[in-house]
Design a protein around this ligand. Structure first.
Ligand code: ARG
Length: 435
């Protein structure tokens, strides 16, 4: 391992204890290493602006940071257990290549604000992706709602057949849900969009650091003002981000549930394109909706990450090494959540309805509510109309198809105004950064 940044002369380090302290930290740091490099660059610029670095030193640092980023991207530089963490790796490389200029880069900075700034930059990107994918999902759902608003689909409550609804109404429900999820991700992005760089270990430093410069250079909307709160907010903003992601994966879980039911032969409403299904190693007849099932499972990973961070946050003020464990949780949660959301728009575009199966699941009783409401609109007291409709359902018995007289009286699914224009306007109002 390269020299530890904090190592004291004459004090030996124990390899087993070091391994415990490091855990998989350096490997996790790969995830936001490029953000750490970008923040190091902005910090160096700030140091030059207050006279800690000369123009030449800054130029050398910027060139080397660019090289490091390029080498990391190409695989020529591997961030591994030679270093305690990604932060140490950056400094080690700058010292190796530049000598004193490299040794100056950590002036006025701590790994505590370094990890915070990298995490916030990383989360901003991921939240923008959650918003973009939620918006794209809503877009597909809205287009299909428009196209399929007259396609009758049974509506269930308690998993019992309830009313004749439409595929359009089902789609419009998901469109509105994912518009909300995109909104939530954008609101959370705005919360996370604050620069902690310059707060050092959590108490600031006696230097006039140019925080306005680093804030602008890194594209943050504002700076975190209190150095103490910059540390106290660690974990809290990761939780907020996971909650925003969880809002989308919670919807995904329920959508996946619908699809796993609808693809079962007992429902027979939906066919998934073959590439979204797998087979069985023993049962030659099987086509299993594994993609949908793993989408449903995703929320468990997001919820687990939230729980882990919530438990970590049982801490007094100030930095504590416990906080390091929040990184694995957010990386895992966002990794799983986004991988599932990335597949969702195409899955929804490609699924096919089976109108025969949908029609076979409808019976005349499912029009009873429409009939009662229609009579109430014509002046019959609703409870009387309800009782009359209930009696006629009882007389007809179960299983009568809707092709009879009741069906002729109600336009299936189209009875309700889906207000798709309103949803379209909301969708268009979502401004996702970088798209
Ligand atoms: N890997 C550490 C973390 O994620 C970086 C900060 C280390 N700070 C410290 N005081 N040991 O928290």
């Amino acid at each position: 391992m390269s020299d530890l940044l904090w190592q004291k002369p004459g004090v030996a380090v124990d390899a087993q204890i070091q391994a415990f302290l490091a855990g998989d930290d350096v490997v996790l740091d790969r995830e936001f290493f490029l953000h750490d490099i970008a923040a190091s660059r902005a910090h160096a610029q700030g140091l030059q602006r207050i006279g800690i670095l000369s123009g030449d030193e800054l130029q050398g640092l910027e060139v080397e940071l660019d090289h490091l980023a390029a080498d990391f991207r190409s695989g020529d530089f591997v961030l591994d257990a030679r270093y305690e963490d990604g932060h140490s790796a950056i400094e080690a490389r700058l010292v190796e290549r530049l000598g004193d200029a490299g040794k100056k880069v950590h002036t006025g900075r701590s790994r505590n604000d370094q990890v915070l700034v990298a995490t916030r930059l990383w989360l901003k990107e991921k939240l923008a992706r959650v918003a973009a994918l939620s918006r794209e999902t809503a877009h597909v759902a809205l287009a299909r709602a428009q196209a399929e608003q007259h396609l009758p689909l049974p509506g269930y409550t308690h998993l019992q057949r309830a009313v004749v609804s439409s595929a359009g109404m089902w789609w419009a429900g998901w469109a509105e849900a994912f518009i909300d999820d995109a909104r939530r991700a954008l609101d959370t992005l705005a919360l996370v969009d604050a620069n902690p760089l310059g707060t050092a270990a959590g108490y600031g430093v006696n230097l006039p650091l140019d925080r306005a410069h680093t804030t602008a250079a890194l594209g943050f909307a504002r700076m975190q003002v209190s150095p103490i709160y910059a540390q106290l907010s660690r974990g809290k903003f990761e939780l907020a981000a996971l909650e925003a992601l969880g809002s989308a994966t919670l919807d995904l879980r329920r959508l996946a549930w619908d699809l796993s039911l609808f693809t079962a032969a007992e429902y027979g409403f939906v066919a998934l394109p073959a590439q979204y299904t797998t087979g069985s190693s023993i049962m030659p007849n099987k086509r299993n909706p594994d993609v949908v099932e793993l989408m449903r499972a995703t929320h468990a990973s997001v919820a687990a990450a939230r729980t882990e961070i919530e438990q970590l946050l049982s801490l007094p003020s100030g930095y504590h090494r416990d906080l390091q464990s929040s990184k694995g949780a957010i990386f895992h949660g966002f990794g799983r959540g986004l991988a599932a959301l990335e597949l969702l728009p195409a899955l929804l575009s490609n699924l096919e309805w089976k109108p025969d199966g949908m029609r076979a699941a409808m019976d005349a009783g499912m029009y009873a509510t429409d009939v009662a409401v229609e009579q109430a609109a014509a002046g019959v007291p609703f409870r009387d109309a309800y009782r009359a409709a209930a009696a006629s359902v009882q007389q007809a018995g179960e299983g009568r198809t809707p092709e009879g007289s009741l069906a002729a009286r109600v336009s299936p699914g189209a009875a309700a105004d889906l207000r798709l224009d309103e949803l379209r306007a909301r969708l268009e109002g979502l401004q996702v950064p970088g798209t």
